[in-house]
Design a protein around this ligand. Structure first.
Ligand SMILES: Cc1cc2nc3c(=O)[nH]c(=O)nc-3n(C[C@H](O)[C@H](O)[C@H](O)COP(=O)(O)O)c2cc1C
Length: 250
């Protein structure tokens, strides 16, 4: 069911289980087309979205996302790439010298691609579809680049699993607004205030269950020891830096 803004935001949540209902090209194209109205750096539109629905391609991509449930059940995977290749080629063909093989240019393209991705998510969800970002896209960006045949100056930065929802899960908790906005300068929270700001997360029943299931003492330990541990962050950082070099952004 299509949503109004007021109906949409309080209830929005990630969907990880999808129904068998078909997702046609026209719907995907309409969503992406509307999403391209998003602002971009210098209106250069430094992104490309690769839509995968072909079963063989999906079978190759899913292991790159560690076969996460959302990647397995989705009707399509949309890999959103930071792309300075198309623009640089146009420059060369137009007697202009493109200077976009550097880190600043990567950040511009990454921002354009990320903003587009979120626009796709919002529009899709407002049309009644379910979506789930797959952060594993940056973990295995090199493997995904090979499968999708990405050339120089093109790097995958976001992946959206999309389909019609068959997920009756609940909304997730959020930090209070005082935690995330500060007028004029960065907030000077005391340790006690930090603990208070995270209290709702610590107390949220599904989070408390995670802590117990993982044999941890605190919710923070679930993040640092289980979900996003240092060794994993460092390993995948090193791999992503190698890919940026390979694709000539570094
Ligand atoms: C950059 C990014 C990466 C994410 N990666 C994953 C993922 O790999 N798997 C997953 O199930 N959810 C993923 N998510 C979804 C988050 O877990 C989810 O947005 C968060 O828990 C808040 O829940 P909500 O969106 O339902 O409010 C990701 C979200 C973002 C923005």
């Amino acid at each position: 069911m299509e949503q109004t803004i007021k109906g949409y935001f309080p209830n929005r949540r990630t969907v990880r289980k999808f129904s068998d209902r078909k997702l046609d090209d026209a719907t995907i194209d309409e969503i992406i087309s509307l999403a391209t109205k998003a602002p971009t750096t210098g209106n250069m539109q430094l992104y490309t979205v690769i839509v995968n629905r072909n079963p063989e391609m999906l079978a190759r991509l899913r292991p790159m996302h560690f076969n996460q449930p959302a990647s397995v059940g989705a009707k399509a995977l949309l890999t959103v790439c930071a792309d300075f290749n198309r623009f640089s080629r146009w420059c060369r063909l137009s007697d202009a010298d493109p200077g976009y093989d550097n880190f600043l240019s990567f950040t511009s393209a990454m921002l354009d691609a990320t903003i587009l991705a979120q626009q796709i998510v919002t529009i899709a969800e407002m049309k009644g579809l379910g979506t789930c970002y797959l952060g594993t896209v940056t973990y295995n960006a090199a493997g995904i680049s090979e499968i999708l045949n990405l050339p120089e100056l093109v790097v995958p930065v976001a992946c959206i699993a999309i389909g019609w929802s068959d997920d009756d899960g609940e909304e997730n908790e959020r930090l209070p607004i005082e935690a995330v906005r500060s007028y004029e300068q960065y907030p000077d929270f005391s340790d006690d205030e930090i603990i208070q700001l995270f209290k709702a997360k610590d107390d949220y029943a599904p989070n408390a269950k995670f802590v117990a299931e993982n044999g941890k003492k605190t919710l923070a330990q679930v993040f640092t020891d289980v979900r996003y541990p240092r060794g994993m962050n460092e390993e995948f950082s090193a791999r992503f830096i190698e890919l940026l070099k390979d694709k000539k952004f570094l």
